[in-house]
Write a protein that binds this ligand. Structure first.
Ligand code: SF4
Length: 298
């Protein structure tokens, strides 16, 4: 089968499969720019199952750009509880503020303008353009990158991943195609254990039944000694969330609570972690009688 015929068979099979089997995810039932943006930011680093729980609640609390822009940042951070990578919540609110101040509450549809908004990178800008404004454009996330490299290995070796994604985009079907690739990536063509036997594309895929399972890694043996800073950042924000609006906590006490084994050491490290959180807009630090007190931002 030549590449043109194979590409056309892949498109037909994938779109047909997507039409029959796609999960009815709430962000697939809307084109509302705000709702699409919230779903994309949430899905960046969080599993679909967790986003499905948080998404309706977040939209109930902040149904549009205006309500999010005018909310207390502490409340937005609280509403993000359980999602991880809390700076996404702060950036989302910054986007809402910019949209309200500079664009009358309307999200721009131009990809280049979207990419200038806080925290919106190439992927998110293309995803919003395609999934909200139905623009004919490629969207490359880890799922899409992996599937295209498996389906078109020769092209993947010689082309940039975005160039490859654009080159196989079916005419007038960008929305369905991009959603279908993502659906396939999270249900069948997973990174470590692709289920080729049930895959709707196995007939046309040169990588079918070729992906070897990765060898077991023993890196986690010493994981207690290598807890990354993001875990401590998460612990700090989680603890501050439990406090009332007026409460704050003295920094040494906070260190003891999130890292009891530190016992007065690691002050320099902790001060860097706090500075990073403050820079990201996730905490507020105020000094009183030579002590630092930490709280969520107002
Ligand atoms: S056949 Fe296997 S490797 Fe190819 S797209 Fe399907 S799941 Fe992925």
């Amino acid at each position: 089968m030549n590449i043109g015929n194979r590409k056309s068979s892949i498109t037909k099979s994938l779109l047909h499969w997507y039409k029959q089997k796609a999960r009815p995810l709430p962000w697939r039932k809307t084109r509302n720019p705000y709702r699409i943006l919230v779903s994309e930011v949430m899905l960046q680093q969080t599993q679909v199952s967790r986003v499905l729980q948080k998404y309706p609640e977040f939209l109930r609390l902040f149904p549009n750009f205006s309500s999010l822009a005018h909310a207390r940042t502490a409340d937005v951070i609280r509403a993000w509880s359980g999602m991880g990578y809390n700076n996404r919540a702060v950036r989302l609110q910054q986007v809402a503020k910019e949209i309200m101040n500079d664009n009358n509450g309307r999200l721009p549809s131009d990809i280049h303008i979207l990419q200038k908004l806080p925290g919106i990178g190439r992927y998110t800008a293309h995803a919003v353009a395609c999934f909200s404004f139905e623009q004919q454009t490629a969207v490359v996330d880890t799922n899409v990158r992996r599937i295209l490299a498996r389906l078109f290995p020769n092209r993947a070796r010689s082309m940039d991943e975005w160039e490859l994604a654009e080159s196989v985009l079916p005419k007038r079907k960008a929305y369905e195609w991009n959603q279908a690739l993502m659906e396939l990536g999270s249900t069948f063509c997973t990174a470590a254990h692709p289920r080729c036997v049930d895959c709707p594309l196995k007939q046309y895929c040169p990588s079918a039944f070729q992906i070897r399972k990765p060898k077991k890694s023993y890196k986690r043996k010493n994981h207690r000694a290598m807890i990354p800073n993001r875990i401590y950042r998460g612990r700090i924000v989680a603890l501050l969330r439990t406090m009332s609006r007026r409460q704050s906590i003295e920094s040494n006490r906070l260190l003891h609570m999130i890292r009891p084994e530190a016992r007065g050491q690691n002050q320099k490290w902790f001060s860097l972690v706090l500075t990073g959180l403050q820079r990201d807009g996730l905490i507020q630090i105020h000094s009183q009688k030579a002590k630092n007190f930490i709280s969520l931002p107002k």
